[in-house]
Ligand binder design. Structure first.
Ligand SMILES: [Zn+2]
Length: 436
């Protein structure tokens, strides 16, 4: 038995630890599944277009809620019941949860999000809308992550029609975060309360990475902490009483250097000093300055160590008044923390099904450990979690296009849907069959 941290335990037999890869029969007719997926592609892209046309910037509550309804409309015909779960934070829209009970209580969760990072004004200003050019489909959320939601639909539709035994046996849970881009922590709870010992996998449909022609799935993600350093100095007249002052901005300069120096690439630990403000008018020695930023690390121990070193910078600074030695005071606070998702055995085991599934259908699959966060960070220690199951594209979070081609906005590659859906179907099929 393998015990995962948290309240959840997973029996080894339930996730097929002892299986011998390559001994499973493949999905009965790969060519037929592929052909089926090809016939569904135009419907899938029609769905994607409708979703992309709805602005679902995280702060646009109406847009996010509208997208949730439209999304539910597409998945309901596959036999799913819909539940809208209000966010704990009134500034965000509702999470969407859909469920289809199977013949067994073994369940698989498919996870995506509703929101994007693009305010409607920015989409207008940059004329950033649905646009097809060759294989590329540009538009807000095409890649992050509406393309992933459409991938979920393609995979479920193919399982329903091509592998009905698997589709009917599993209890499916589909979960969409309304506010993933702001990393609102309550969605983790929404997921975790729906997981149990029969959850054999949580599949996150963020976009895949690429290295040459290999599709890269995500097996680990950095955690992120945000911080603020507040420096209190002593104000003074910059002409007559300069020596009385303790300059908060000069102190902030020292603090910024010390924080930047905590970056340690050998441990994949980065600190970013991101903003600095301070002072008021030119004839005052500034009495206050504020620096803010973030840090990221892959493993809980490096993350915790970084946090301690950061907080330890609090206390009296080296910048003092010439008059009486009055020292600037430095206060460092961690504002928010999103835990790392480190490499772990349960994720690695789940990945084997995709690695071997890719080989069986002739699509090269590999993996990466990614710096950015996803909902995977909030659930990996509850159930075996795998990420990067969406289609391929690039330039997520970018809405600009420049004439010289140096800036290109977010797009998804239309040709990446069918092959990736095929790998996903094959892998899910073998995951489920490994436990019969
Ligand atoms: Zn995303």
């Amino acid at each position: 038995m393998v015990t995962l941290t948290g309240d959840f335990k997973v029996q080894s037999k339930e996730i097929g630890f002892s299986l011998v890869f390559g001994h499973f029969p493949r999905v009965q007719n790969v060519a037929q599944v592929k052909q089926f997926l090809e016939t569904q592609l135009s419907d899938a892209l029609g769905m994607l277009r409708r979703m992309v046309d709805i602005n679902s910037y995280t702060a646009n509550i109406d847009g996010v809620n509208h997208l949730a309804e439209v999304t539910a409309e597409y998945f309901a015909p596959l036999g799913f019941e819909t539940q809208f779960v209000p966010s704990k934070f009134p500034k965000y829209g509702k999470h969407l949860v859909m469920r289809r009970p199977g013949k067994s209580c073994r369940n698989i969760a498919l996870i995506s999000h509703l929101d994007t990072v693009f305010p409607p004004e920015e989409e207008e200003r940059n004329n950033f809308h649905w646009l097809v050019e060759g294989d590329r489909i540009y538009g807000p959320g095409t890649h992050d992550i509406k393309g992933g939601t459409v991938m979920m639909w393609l995979v479920l539709k193919a399982l329903q029609t091509q592998c009905p035994e698997v589709f009917e046996m599993i209890t499916w849970q589909l979960l969409w975060n309304s506010s993933e881009e702001q990393f609102s922590p309550d969605f983790g709870e929404v997921c975790r309360t729906r997981f149990n010992a029969d959850t054999i996998g949580a599949l996150v449909f963020e976009a895949e990475g690429r290295l040459a022609d290999e599709g890269l799935l995500v097996l680990a993600r950095k955690g992120r902490g945000t911080w603020r350093a507040t420096i209190e100095g002593r104000g003074a007249h910059a002409g007559g009483k300069h020596h009385q002052g303790a300059n908060a901005i000069v102190q902030a300069g020292f603090v910024a250097q010390k924080i930047a120096a905590l970056t340690d690439y050998t441990r994949a630990l980065t600190f970013n000093v991101a903003t600095i403000t301070g002072g008021t008018v030119l004839n005052r020695v500034p009495h206050q300055a504020v620096i803010e930023g973030e840090f990221r690390a892959f493993t809980p121990d490096v993350f915790e160590d970084a946090r301690k070193k950061l907080i330890a910078l609090s206390g009296p600074g080296e910048v003092r008044s010439k008059m009486d030695g009055y020292a600037c005071q430095v206060k460092v606070q961690v504002l928010s923390e999103s835990r790392p998702w480190p490499r772990n055995a349960a994720t690695d085991r789940l990945f084997q099904f995709w690695l071997e599934g890719g080989k069986r259908v002739g699509i090269p699959i590999s993996y990466e450990e990614r710096g950015g966060l996803s909902d995977g960070n909030m659930i990996w220690d509850a159930v075996p979690t795998l990420d990067g199951l969406g289609p391929w594209g690039d330039n997520d979070h970018c809405s600009e296009r420049s004439a010289d081609g140096s800036k290109v906005p977010e797009y998804v590659a239309a040709s990446s849907f069918v092959p990736k859906a095929l790998v996903n179907v094959e892998a899910i099929w073998s995951l489920v069959n490994s436990q019969r």
